[in-house]
Design a protein around this ligand. Structure first.
Ligand SMILES: *Cc1c(COP(=O)(O)O)cnc(C)c1O
Length: 397
């Protein structure tokens, strides 16, 4: 068997393959339908209609109004916009923002930036499964609190936060609630009204759509400043000629994700639990990170003692398996993931972590092959580890 043929992609939280259906829908908007949506002639109007259709399809998935969807260049931009613009628009009310220690860097680094501009930020702790504590959230709210930004689901450990309860608390206190739903959109049912969500970030490339396109949902009535100044696109809030192919692709990807959600996530959940059960039984000194139940259907995050995550990734890659040790943004740095530290893992255990995220094409055969390779690689790496040798010696005394 040739290794090159056995490419198994288990890093769908980093990005996904653009589905053929999405590519097919996008192509005409590069070629025959290239018009500028702001133009009044026919080819421009075709672009405009396509944008409207995509906006409607996306709004439906969230239970939102069409005009509450604002396209951006991705999840990071949507996160930046929500936080920076709320901080400016609500400066008369206060300067306090509540978030968590396990947010994506698009949120955390924006918070650090806002601190330099005078914002006060509370970074809530999470428990050992990665869940925020609702009492602590209540207690953190002050008269000058303008925004709560808590992610819907974590990109590293897959934990799904109690978003509906957070939305209730925010509403009761008259505080805006933003959620980074980049990992949850299309994977978990979301209803912005039922969950009292005021703003929500999402990104197409995490749901088999194209890269470089996302949206910020902004509830009608929320005072939010423009993010890009210029033309009148996106109701004057985000100027710039629209990325029509990207928007069309996102619309198709969102519609498709919603339609296939039930069947696809049931299959993923089954595969996920099958793999987790086998790993915990068949490999010693391993721990599952994240909540076992309140968990994204496609997320597996494991820590192996006496193993170095980067070596593990390289050896998996040599066997044709693409995985991640944390979030793609932190790999390459030697600091352990902020999320794994926040759930209380010691540095040396956080270093031996592996994230496998399944996609719509993942099969049981892929996971069986991955498990066999993983067992062999973990064994090899432990045989090379002086710490493991000491540990075994002590055990045998
Ligand atoms: C991927 C991701 C982002 C960033 O989205 P981009 O479209 O890549 O900018 C933000 N938040 C979370 C939780 C993510 O997983």
């Amino acid at each position: 068997m040739s290794d090159m043929k056995t490419r198994i992609y288990l890093d769908n939280a980093a990005t996904t393959k653009t589905s053929q259906e999405v590519v097919d829908a996008m192509l005409p908007y590069f070629t025959e339908n290239y018009g500028n949506a702001s133009s009044i002639y026919e080819v421009g109007q075709r672009s405009k209609e396509a944008i409207t259709t995509a906006r409607e399809d996306i709004a439906k998935v969230l239970g939102a109004k069409t005009e509450e969807i604002y396209f951006t260049a991705g999840g990071s931009e949507a996160d930046n916009w929500a936080l920076k613009a709320a901080f400016e628009a609500y400066s008369k009310k206060g300067n306090h923002i509540i978030t968590t220690k396990i947010e994506h860097h698009a949120i955390l680094h924006t918070c650090e930036y806002l601190e330099k501009k005078g914002a006060e930020i509370t970074y809530l702790d999470v428990d050992e499964n990665g869940l925020v504590n609702l009492d602590e959230l209540q207690k953190a709210i002050r008269p000058e609190t303008i925004l709560i930004s808590i992610m819907f689901a974590n990109n590293e450990i897959g934990t799904i936060e109690p978003v509906k309860e957070i939305g209730m608390i925010a509403k009761e206190h008259g505080v805006l609630f933003h959620t980074d739903a980049v990992q949850a959109f299309g994977q978990v049912p979301i209803d912005v009204d039922e969950m009292n969500i005021d703003m929500l970030s999402s990104s197409a490339h995490k749901i088999n759509g194209p890269k470089g396109i996302g949206f910020l949902y902004i509830r009608k009535g929320v005072k939010i400043r423009s993010f890009v100044h210029g033309g009148a696109q996106e109701r004057k809030r985000r100027a710039g000629t629209e990325n029509v192919p990207g928007i069309v692709g996102y619309g198709v990807a969102a519609k498709r994700a919603a339609e296939t959600m039930e069947v696809r996530t049931a299959k993923e959940r089954e595969l996920r639990d099958y793999f987790i059960d086998r790993v915990l039984k068949e490999i010693p000194y391993v721990k599952l990170n994240g909540d076992p139940v309140k968990r994204l259907p496609n997320n597996i995050n494991l820590s192996f003692r006496f193993v170095e995550g980067e070596s593990l990734l390289i050896m998996l890659d040599m066997k044709g398996i693409a995985a991640s040790s944390g979030s793609a943004c932190t790999s390459g740095s030697l600091d352990p993931s902020h999320v794994l530290l926040a759930i209380g893992l010691p540095h040396e255990i956080a270093h031996g972590s592996l994230r496998l995220t399944l996609g719509e094409d993942t099969t049981k055969e892929d996971l069986d092959y991955t498990l066999e390779q993983l067992k062999e690689i973990i064994g090899k790496l432990r045989d090379l580890s002086p710490l493991y040798e000491d540990f075994v010696k002590k055990q045998n005394k």
